[in-house]
Design a protein around this ligand. Structure first.
Ligand code: NAD
Length: 259
């Protein structure tokens, strides 16, 4: 496989980290971005040991223009080209009844999950065009499509639904440039994302459900692993998915089908 240059956000942990490992093993060069600069450097050191793989890490906030420009500059100064982008950084934010959710809490979730997605794509598309095309994968959630799963997750679900809509719109816009864009919608995955959550008044947002909390049909209840999602991201970046664009792909073990 010809080494490709791939930009991954939220790469220090969970799905982003598993994706970075998978793509480094397939000899892709990587630019990794995350707020957690330390975790990122550690990962970059580990992956740089792979034969023939160059890994650059950038500590920064995906919703901050200057940080994003710094990351894009790292791509241009090291390679002058870009082939693929994984738009993965995200937070759960505050899950609470709508009348208890503050404007600041709403804004923070939308800023990181949605403005971050916009900025990542806005700043990397010119490089993909210059490279003659490429592939983008956005990591949304089953919450973006099947919002009954987590009551109280209003801002999170809105940001994830908007990501799905953006991808479908952009698939049309970017096709003429040879750029494919798809979106994965994971269900419950065992990562550190719970650390980015604050759930208030759970009792007020709980709705009656007919399946045990966290149930996942294909595993009998266990959440999926970050690697389960990374493999699908790898597929969507590869030529094996050459005829796919604008597609939402569920990676949820059937979780979203239950209600
Ligand atoms: P995680 O918390 O393990 O990883 C998320 C990474 O994003 C962290 O390293 C974090 O530091 C980084 N990040 C957060 N805000 C950032 C910012 N402003 N700028 C740069 N980096 C930032 O969680 P994860 O589960 O691997 O989450 C990855 C994506 O998967 C998220 O978009 C999340 O919404 C989505 N997702 C996760 C699950 C799940 O159950 N874990 C389910 C559906 C969707």
């Amino acid at each position: 496989m010809t080494p490709r240059v791939v930009f991954i956000t939220g790469a220090a942990s969970g799905i982003g980290r598993a994706t970075a490992r998978l793509l480094a093993a397939a000899e892709n060069d990587l630019v990794l971005m995350d707020l957690q600069g330390d975790g990122l450097c550690e990962l970059a050191d580990e992956l740089s040991l792979s034969d023939g793989v160059t890994v650059v890490s950038i500590g920064g906030d995906v919703s901050d223009e200057a940080d994003m420009d710094q990351a894009v500059h790292a791509v241009t100064s090291n390679w002058g080209r870009l082939d693929a982008v994984v738009v993965n950084a995200g937070i759960n934010g505050v899950w609470a009844p709508i009348d208890d959710l503050t404007p600041e809490e709403w804004d923070r979730t939308i800023r990181i999950n949605l403005r971050g997605t916009y900025l990542t794509i806005n700043r990397t598309v010119p490089l993909l065009k210059k490279s003659g095309g490429g592939a983008i994968v956005v990591v949304a959630s089953i919450n973006g499509v099947r919002t009954f799963t987590n009551p109280g997750a209003t801002a999170y679900s809105a940001s994830k639904a908007a990501q799905v809509a953006m991808v479908q719109q952009l698939a049309l816009e970017l096709a003429r440039h040879g750029i494919r864009i798809n979106v994965v919608c994971p269900g419950a995955i065992d990562t550190n994302i719970a650390a980015s959550s604050q759930i208030r008044h759970r009792e007020q947002t709980e709705i009656p459900v007919v399946w045990p909390d966290g149930s996942v049909p294909i595993t009998g209840g266990e959440p999926g692993r970050a690697e389960d999602v990374a493999r699908i991201i790898g597929f969507l970046l590869s030529d094996a998915s050459a005829h796919m664009t604008g597609s939402p792909i569920f990676v949820d073990g059937g979780q979203g089908l239950l209600r």
